[in-house]
Design a binder for this molecule. Structure first.
Ligand code: ADP
Ligand code: TYD
Length: 211
């Protein structure tokens, strides 16, 4: 399906671990729903039953459980299922889709791992996904802050957080570079503010797009 065929609006949240994406995606969903808009909240990896099973495979276990190449295939498989079963049907029904991470995360995380898989990431994306969000909200913040928030949050899905601060710092710069590369769909939000201030900036960016 071409992007033009979709009638809804596809919004993704991106940023390093702990930057506040999940918090802001949830608040935006609550806000749009309270306005009477038809919006769904979903996430990657996951967002459909099959993709959630793949999530359990990729996010737990040792750091070297998967090679960078295998990992790229698993994330892409999860995204394809999510797109087929959740995102495309929702957009076709005119819904607003709010997605916590999408293909830009693969461009960064897998693209920066393993000595640079970015070309393979783009090739697989073109072959198997072929869809970008209409609007991408990059919650930007300094890597150390994000990492300490993510560590404080706890949990077992910590395979990527275990890669450490240097990779998170490279990731932050990488996301900012993506925002310049795809400037038509990206809005950069200052994530180092309080939750309410970030939410206000998020709402402003979305309302501009919906107007
Ligand atoms: P992400 O989904 O980007 O990893 P989360 O939304 O899970 O981030 O937030 C990570 C942690 O930081 C959570 O414990 C959350 O409550 C907290 N948090 C989120 N946004 C803020 C903020 N603006 N200021 C302080 N703490 C925050
Ligand atoms: P997520 O649950 O969003 O983690 P966090 O809340 O800490 O930001 O995503 C889990 C991890 O999966 C995260 O470290 C980033 C990684 N990831 C990839 O490596 N590639 C991808 O394509 C996606 C969607 C996520």
């Amino acid at each position: 399906m071409s992007q033009g065929a979709a009638r809804g609006l596809f919004i993704s949240f991106e940023g390093i671990d702990g930057s506040g994406k999940s918090t802001q995606a949830r608040l935006l969903h609550e806000h749009l729903t309270a306005q009477g808009r038809d919006a769904i909240l979903t996430r990657e990896p996951g967002g459909s039953p099959g993709a959630e099973q793949i999530r359990a495979l990729v996010l737990s276990g040792d750091v070297d459980r998967w090679s960078p190449e295998t990992e790229l295939l698993l994330f892409t498989a999860a995204r394809r299922d999510h797109l087929e079963r959740t995102i495309r049907p929702a957009l076709a029904a005119g819904q607003i889709v709010i997605c916590d991470r999408f293909a830009d995360s693969t461009r960064m995380y897998q693209g920066l791992r393993g000595g640079g898989l970015r070309a393979q990431v783009e090739a697989l994306h073109d072959l198997m996904i072929g869809q970008e969000p209409d609007l991408t909200l990059l919650i930007d913040m300094e890597a150390g802050t994000g990492l300490s928030r993510a560590v404080a949050r706890g949990g077992t899905e910590d395979r990527f957080e275990a890669f450490g601060g240097d990779l998170q710092a490279a990731m932050r710069q990488g996301f900012l570079a993506l925002a310049e590369e795809f400037s038509a769909r990206f809005v950069v939000i200052n994530g180092a503010q309080g939750i309410e201030a970030v939410a206000r900036d998020v709402r402003a960016a979305v309302m501009e797009r919906l107007a």
